[in-house]
Design a protein. Structure first.
Length: 53
């Protein structure tokens, strides 16, 4: 006999989740980017609207 998961489990906020509200509407939650990745993206990435020469 397989056990069913109970509703008392806590949900981890760092997981991808989608909650269906009805008529094609979803609330999508995803983990935040780490500060180190955001910093590197800003340092090495191109600035929005800048010429790519």
């Amino acid at each position: 006999m397989a056990t069913t998961p109970t509703k008392t489990e806590k949900t981890n906020p760092n997981l991808y989740q989608a909650e269906y509200l009805g008529s094609g509407t979803f609330i999508i939650s995803k983990p935040k980017r780490k500060a180190a990745k955001r910093r590197q993206s800003a340092l090495k990435g191109t600035t929005r609207g800048a010429r790519k020469v």
